[in-house]
Design a protein around this ligand. Structure first.
Ligand code: NDP
Ligand code: OXD
Length: 316
């Protein structure tokens, strides 16, 4: 097939190192960073992360949009977005990274890392009581690709698992809740809350003080914990700070923020019971993801089929 038929790929990624994506895509396709560079070759595909508003609508030959991430709020927030299929990331590496992050944060809170740090700082030889994992429940808000894999890993360590999703799920040995009607029951039985929801109009600001106050605090760890690796738009940071300071929350691990990078002036940075990572819980690796995108382009050209499509109506 000539270039005229296969067309070009527009790489429209912002806030991410471009060279590696360019390098990997260029192994098989003509790649352009600006539509003007495509010449007469139609731009049939776009690989995007936080693309410029209006850019995709200006491409008359565009057929498929590939998101650089698992989340697609950064694509869908463009009000001029053309009505085309959007492929999101579902990949073993990304899932593995998230499983590791969630397991790390759950164990860190469960094994009282902050308490030990403080004891060490004071050269104190003291072992605080350690509740066993089966006495602690970890609740997953969002039980999709990442939530399910992370919950399986945490379950294998012996914790009780609760899940909450839009449609009630089924999973061996886990207590599954679904929809708005069952949210309070899910929270009331959860000690450590792990948030792996997408950011949609329905989930914006869902992690607020009222929600956090429904978590179980009279548990073996003496308080409730929050781990958010979903999106910053899910959380109200003033509410998280208030919840930490009034005893509603004991500790929080946050990987995502309302504004990223997290502004230097944010009080979250210095809070002694907040653990911050810079949106790095699960990273998109071009060396794994680009071959998968290229395979999808080839498949699409053979039979029109695509995998991991976003449900535009549901918003994820
Ligand atoms: P999936 O689409 O596979 O799963 C999403 C889950 O959220 C599903 O269980 C879905 O319910 C549930 N959900 C969606 N909307 C609602 C709602 N209104 N009420 C209740 N449940 C809802 O996504 P992934 O697991 O692949 O990824 C989840 C998110 O993780 C991404 O959208 C992204 O924002 C974030 N992410 C963050 C990364 C980071 O580095 N911090 C890296 C990768 C992803 P149902 O099962 O019924 O469809
Ligand atoms: C993603 C992310 O959505 O990295 O994949 O945030």
């Amino acid at each position: 097939m000539g270039q005229q038929e296969t067309g070009s790929v527009l790489l429209a990624i912002n806030g991410v190192e471009r060279d590696i994506w360019m390098h990997e895509l260029a192994k098989k396709r003509q790649v352009v960073l600006d539509p003007a560079e495509a010449g007469t070759a139609p731009i049939r595909y776009a690989v995007v992360w936080k693309q410029q508003r209006g850019l995709l609508a200006s491409l008359p030959d565009l057929e498929v949009i590939f998101s650089l991430g698992a989340g697609v709020d950064h694509v869908l927030s463009d009000p001029t977005l053309p009505d085309l299929p959007i492929v999101r990331v579902v990949s073993p590496n990304l899932t593995q990274y998230m499983v590791e992050y969630v397991t790390w944060r759950v164990l860190d809170h469960h094994r009282q890392m902050l308490t030990y740090r403080n004891l060490q700082a004071n050269s104190e030889w003291f072992a605080p009581a350690q509740p066993p994992a089966p006495e602690i429940s970890v609740g997953f808000m969002g039980f999709g690709e990442l939530g399910r894999a992370s919950a399986n890993a945490v379950q294998s360590l012996g914790f009780q698992i609760n899940t909450w999703s839009r449609r009630k799920a089924q999973a061996d040995g886990m207590k599954c809740f679904g929809g708005a009607d069952e949210l309070d029951a899910f929270l009331n039985e959860t000690d450590i809350l792990v948030v792996l929801l997408p950011h949609t109009p329905q989930t914006t600001g869902i992690i607020n003080h009222a929600l956090l106050s429904k978590l179980r605090r009279d548990n073996a760890l003496g308080g409730a914990f929050l781990i958010n690796a979903g999106r910053g738009g899910l959380q109200k940071e003033v509410d998280i700070l208030r919840a930490l300071d009034d005893g509603t929350l004991k500790e929080a691990s946050l990987d995502v923020f309302e504004i990223e990078p997290l502004p230097k002036a944010s009080p979250l940075w210095a809070h002694p019971r907040v653990f911050i990572t810079p949106h790095s819980s699960a990273v998109s690796d071009a060396r794994e993801l680009v071959p998968a995108m290229l395979r999808q382009m080839d498949q699409y050209e053979r039979d029109g089929k695509l995998q991991h499509l976003v449900d535009r109506k549901a918003g994820y």
